[in-house]
Design a protein around this ligand. Structure first.
Ligand SMILES: [Zn+2]
Length: 445
């Protein structure tokens, strides 16, 4: 039996292997499986070889039922199953899998806009020349998935293995059917906790970054969506996992609408190649936020007094569009929603999905929200207000993303974006400067 498709590029605990004990023993004896200690404690330095954790405080002792001993285990990756010191990790050392040859794997019939095409070309070229990394700085609403199709097509033709990693399971669920549709004869897998679409032999894998804990030197192409997004930039484990999942000569493509400062610095220092997609797929520029100062705004919001700036905006705006009101805290969310008798939504809201769906179906005219709707959601025709835009949760990236909710559809490519604040912050100024820079780049084409 050939295990190369199911086991190549994997890093599994012996207990996770879909094989019988005699088969495992046979594969180890014939050097097709390699064993690796799960936790090493050389020279007093601890390392979990599964998640890369080296922080001693994230290891603990536990009595082991299997060997009647007390063992170390890694607390950092315990969510994906506990790794005990007496466990062994397994990698594949047998024949490399050969993916089926496809002359024309892509069935997508749409056309790319010229800026999308330019980005698609740079991605394809970066992969062909084994360039280490490339960042695609593409504005919200630029149609980034389609930009990937030419590079995915070429990679499949060359029988390469591709991963699209994203911090959020929602995105995996959304991308999976679109990619299946575009590449119907390619083995595609969607990986997130409890995913039903795990086949264990995907050539193209769409995965949350956490799920890459089971991969090792698997991919020729690693595409990381929303490289700036939480929790990627908070958690050292995730960059470690994505790195390890890449083959040594792999190309990493980063997608973002709002790069973090460290990436911007690398771009300025010319250490990270970048390709801009400064214009949306419909060709219209990004709406530029208007700033409106309101004296004693926080005090008024606390007391439940309606800010004048918002009152004025609500009276004068055209009513055909829906409205998203962003607020910085759950406390304020409730106050504002109560005052205006509107629906509110936040991250822990059990009815979150229903409310967003109702808003999408236009059953709700106004939705008050925390930053959970700052990215990843598209409504065709909305105005956007940020209340207390000077609050620290609204950093530059968040404000650019929020402003990017407006004007998404070709039928209504504009939209009002209003930041109400009680004192201008650098984040507001930088967000507006970034939006203007992209619009300028978009005009120059
Ligand atoms: Zn670990």
């Amino acid at each position: 039996m050939n295990f190369s498709k199911t086991l190549a590029g994997k890093l599994l605990l012996t207990s996770e292997l879909p094989l019988t004990k005699p088969t495992i023993d046979y594969l180890i004896r014939t050097d097709q499986l390699k064993q690796l200690p799960s936790i090493t404690t050389k020279y007093g330095r601890y390392q979990c070889n599964r998640c890369g954790n080296k922080n001693k405080q994230l290891f603990a002792n536990i009595p082991c039922a299997r060997c009647n001993h007390t063992h170390l285990y890694c607390r950092n990756c315990v969510q994906t199953g506990r790794v005990l010191q007496c466990d062994t990790l397994i990698t594949w050392n047998g024949t490399v899998p050969s993916w089926s040859l496809q002359a024309q794997p892509c069935y997508w019939t749409g056309t790319l806009t010229p800026p999308q095409q330019k980005a698609a070309q740079s991605i394809t070229q970066a992969i062909s020349t084994h360039q280490n990394e490339l960042l695609i700085w593409a504005v919200c609403g630029s149609g980034k998935t389609e930009m990937l199709f030419p590079a995915i097509t070429k990679s499949i033709k060359e029988r390469k293995r591709i991963c699209i990693a994203t911090p959020r399971a929602d995105v995996v669920r959304e991308l999976f059917p679109r990619l299946q549709h575009a590449f119907p004869h390619t083995e595609i897998e969607a990986l997130y906790a409890d995913s039903p679409d795990r086949t264990d032999k995907g050539q193209l894998i769409i995965s949350t970054t956490h799920q890459l804990i089971r991969y090792h030197e698997a991919f020729d192409v690693m595409i990381i969506d929303e490289i700036d997004a939480f929790p990627f930039h908070h958690d050292q484990t995730l960059p470690y996992l994505t790195d390890r999942a890449c083959k040594l000569d792999a190309t990493s493509i980063y997608l973002t609408a709002t790069p973090r400062p460290e990436h911007k610095r690398k771009i300025r220092q010319r250490k990270l190649p970048v390709q801009f997609v400064p214009i949306r797929f419909h060709g219209y520029p990004l709406p530029i936020p208007t700033l409106k100062i309101e004296i004693n705004l926080r005090k008024k919001l606390k007391q439940g007094t309606e800010p004048k700036a918002l009152q004025q905006f609500l009276v004068t705006r055209s009513t055909s569009r829906q409205l998203l009101i962003f607020v910085p805290t759950i406390e304020l969310l409730k106050k504002v929603a109560d005052h205006y008798q509107e629906v509110a939504v936040h991250a822990e809201d059990p009815a979150r999905k229903e409310k967003v769906d109702q808003f999408r179906q236009k059953k709700i005219k106004t939705l008050v929200t925390t930053t959970i709707l700052e990215r990843g959601v598209t409504f065709p025709s909305v105005d956007v207000v940020v209340l207390d835009a000077g609050h620290h949760v609204f950093d530059e990236a968040a404000l650019v993303q929020i402003a990017g909710r407006a004007g998404r559809s070709p039928g209504d490519p504009t939209g009002d974006v209003l930041f109400i604040h009680q004192g201008k912050t650098n984040a507001m100024e930088d967000a507006i400067a970034q939006i203007k820079m992209m619009n300028k780049k978009g005009k120059k084409r």
